[in-house]
Design a protein around this ligand. Structure first.
Ligand code: ATP
Ligand code: ZN
Length: 296
């Protein structure tokens, strides 16, 4: 590997894989992932991808085998607690806004939930024993935590546990297993983590370049480019309707002295209601366009 090359750990196959590969591609990395490759050297950017199980990513990054890693915050938190490390040991460079989920406690739908005290003396199955243990300790709950590596949601039915603590996003899996979510212990999303080991200055530069590109991708996904025609004197009202816009570009319209073309970048979601409000202050021919790339 050259001085500037960094190795990035990503999940080989799972819920984070597609979005992680997508954000890297949008950042200009080109790679070829055929079946069963564990490593892929990127073209046009000094990065080698390493495809692994998500549970192993915090350790690879902590040990400096990989300089960066894309992983769920829930997995990072559990590993840090398991190792008894300080969170500073694996610094978080970026929250990535996908892979959103929560670690929650759930009980049978038929049970009446009486607050956290409900869990005193109960058996709880989870793949996150450290995160749950810490939460219970903080809240003075005395429960038996049973560590299960998969399909935690079937354990109440099998009478292995009274309740579960698991990752929830839509809640459909809980519902399908006759369970209800009663308490959230952690919010999670995909994050980018960095090794605590000292890197070469060239590697730090590669990381800075990648971070700027990731920021650009995330910003362009949030932002929209809006074009419309409007009366010259309606600009103030247009800016009120579109929060978070920079100064718009205003251009004359050929053959119409009173009206102008207005172009602007909007950081907020643009809904049909927003467009109707623009129309009601005299805007017409309103176009909302996605932004492909963005560097500020
Ligand atoms: P691996 O084989 O890599 O160990 P896994 O089965 O442990 O995979 P996945 O189910 O692919 O993991 O989930 C990866 C991450 O996706 C989770 O740790 C979590 O951060 C995130 N995630 C988002 N929504 C969900 C969900 N509904 N269920 C589970 N994980 C989710
Ligand atoms: Zn896993």
């Amino acid at each position: 590997m050259s001085n500037e090359t960094i190795r990035i750990a990503i999940q080989k196959s799972g819920r984070l894989t597609e979005k992680t590969l997508q954000i890297l591609k949008q950042s200009g990395l080109e790679f070829n992932l055929s079946n069963n490759v564990l490593f892929s050297q990127c073209e046009a950017f000094p990065v080698e991808l390493m495809l692994v199980r998500d549970d192993d990513i915090p350790e690879y990054v902590a040990d400096g085998i990989c300089e960066l890693g894309f992983v769920g915050f829930n997995v990072l938190q559990e590993k840090i607690l398991k190792k008894g490390q300080s969170p500073d040991n694996i610094p978080i460079l970026k929250h990535l806004g996908y892979g959103n989920c929560r670690l929650s406690l759930a009980i049978s739908k038929e049970e009446e939930y009486t607050g956290l005290n409900y869990f005193n003396g109960k058996k709880i199955a989870t793949s996150y024993p450290k995160s749950l243990g810490e939460y219970f300790a903080k809240n003075d709950i005395n429960a038996e935590i049973i560590e299960i590596s998969g399909s935690v949601e079937v354990t109440p039915k099998l009478k292995i546990a009274d309740a579960i603590c698991d990752i929830v996003s839509s809640g459909a899996t809980l519902k399908g297993n006759n369970l209800k979510e009663v308490d959230k212990i952690l919010d999670s999303e995909s994050i980018l983590v960095k090794t605590p080991k000292e890197l070469k200055p060239e590697q730090e530069q590669t990381i800075d370049r990648l971070l700027a590109r990731l920021e650009g991708v995330m910003k362009s996904q949030r932002n929209k480019y809006i074009m419309m025609n409007a009366d010259k004197d309606s600009l103030a009202r247009i800016k009120e309707i579109l929060p978070g816009v920079d100064e718009p570009s205003v251009m004359p319209l050929a053959g119409d002295d009173g009206r102008v073309a207005v172009h602007l970048v909007c950081e907020e979601n643009v809904f049909w209601e927003t467009m109707e409000n623009l129309k009601s202050v005299g805007a017409s021919s309103i176009l909302v366009l996605p932004i492909e790339k963005f560097i500020s």
